[in-house]
Structures are given as structure tokens and as C-alpha cells.
Design a binder for this molecule. Sequence first.
Ligand code: F6R
Length: 263
Amino acid sequence: MRVIITKDYDEMSKEAARIIAKQIKEKPDSVIGFATGGTPVGTYKELIRMHKEEGLDFSKITTFNLDEYYGLGPDHPQSYHYYMFENLFNHVNVDPKKIHIPDGLAKDVDAFCKEYEEEIKKAGGIDLQILGIGRDGHIAFNEPGSSLASRTRLVALAEETIKDNARFFEKEEDVPRYALSMGVGTILEAKKILLLANGESKADAVAALIEGPVTSQVTASALQLHPDVTVIIDEAAASKLKRKSYYKFVDKMYRMLEEKKSL
Ligand code: F6R
């Protein structure tokens, strides 16, 4: 697991956008897994800037989103569908036919979830999956206790997640109690994973993800089993890590090697 510690949110967002852009430039028809929430907004802003000012081309990528609130349609302003178009897709040249977001209004949920997994396989699997992390250590909406082998399915949101996400709704009662979410097993099949976190409120979850035991009580800890994970966190989110200086040393070494390669 590569850990990159940045001074603040802005630097985290730019670093993440740089990695995503590199993936798209190296493989223009990449399959990218997108996350929603507050954390990646700055990264998406930077990707939009790169598209507008530097010509970063999204036309050949295929996208799969991690999750969607169950019961919210694509036009609902709090749906993840709406979020993705507002924060990224409306501003870059992604092909609408290649966008996949779980359908919060799916009638036959089981059939829809199976089909979503099939679509990912048909696209050749996810090349780069972007993730945030919940305060309870969830990735996508895999709440504590989710199987580390879980697949796309209907999940119940944890109390803490409902409270955290209430900031996007008028009142807490409006937050949907269920979501369709890729499973931990689905996420672990991505070729590369990029997890972002910022702020002190994420420090415990980040410490558990990087330095804790692998446990279904912190589903992000399953990423320790994946061979190609990059975690980008700001100083506040890194504040509870025991081996912070070692991670910084390793990151410096990686950067020196990368510089040498590009000479
Ligand atoms: C969103 C998602 C969630 C969020 C997590 C953190 O698609 O899958 O796991 O990444 O809840 O949310 P924020 O970034 O709002 O703190």
C-alpha cells in the first residue's frame, strides 16, 4: 500500500487528479470506478480544469459508480447520479453511453445487481477504482460487518453514515436508509485502487485502514490484501498513524525512482 500524505485538501485533490489523468493518458479506454461524497469534489474540479485547459480526453473511458441511494431517481438532487453529472460528467467529454451508475429505482434489485457485475466484467474489469472512506471505515456502502467477499447488492446504511450524510439533505429523516452498493469483493477485483481521505474526522478510520487488522468491522482494511493501492490523505487524516514518517520516507523514495524513470 502506497501512502501519500499531503499538506491539505487542495494538494490531496491535485495529486489524485494527476494519478487519474495519468491512467487515462496511458490507457485512453480505461474503465474508471468513481466515488461520490464530499471528498472527491476537489479532484473532479481539477479533472475538469485538466480537460478544459490541457485537453485531457475522457471520450473513450467507461465509468462505473460505486453506489446509489435506494429509492432516489436520477433527477433527485441528492442522488449520486445527479452528483456525478453536476460534479464531473456534464463538464467533460465522457460518452453518456459508457456511464454506469446503479439504478436507485431498480424494480428487481437482485437482477439489477447481477447485471451490474456482468457489465463490469464485460467492460474488462475496472482499471482504476476511486474510493472515499466513511468514519466507520466503510468503502462504497460496505458498512461494518459486510462480508469481505461481498458483491453488488442492496445494503442498509449504518446510523453513523445516515448522520454524516444528513448534511446533504434538508433533515436527517430524508436520508435514504438503503443503498445499492458494489461489494468489497467487487472493489478488490479492480486492477488499481486510489483511496482519498481528508480531515481529522477520518483519522481513526484511516489508521484502522492502514495499520489495523484486516476485519469486516472496518471494510476498508480489506484493501491491505490488494497488491496495488494508493492512499492519499491530508495531514489531519494522517494524524493518528503510528508510522507516518516511514510512509513519508517511502513516498520520497518512490518519487525519486519515478523521476529517474522519466529522465
Ligand atoms: C460514495 C461512497 C462512500 C463515501 C464515504 C465518504 O460513493 O461510496 O463510501 O466515499 O461515505 O464520504 P465523504 O467523502 O462525503 O466523507
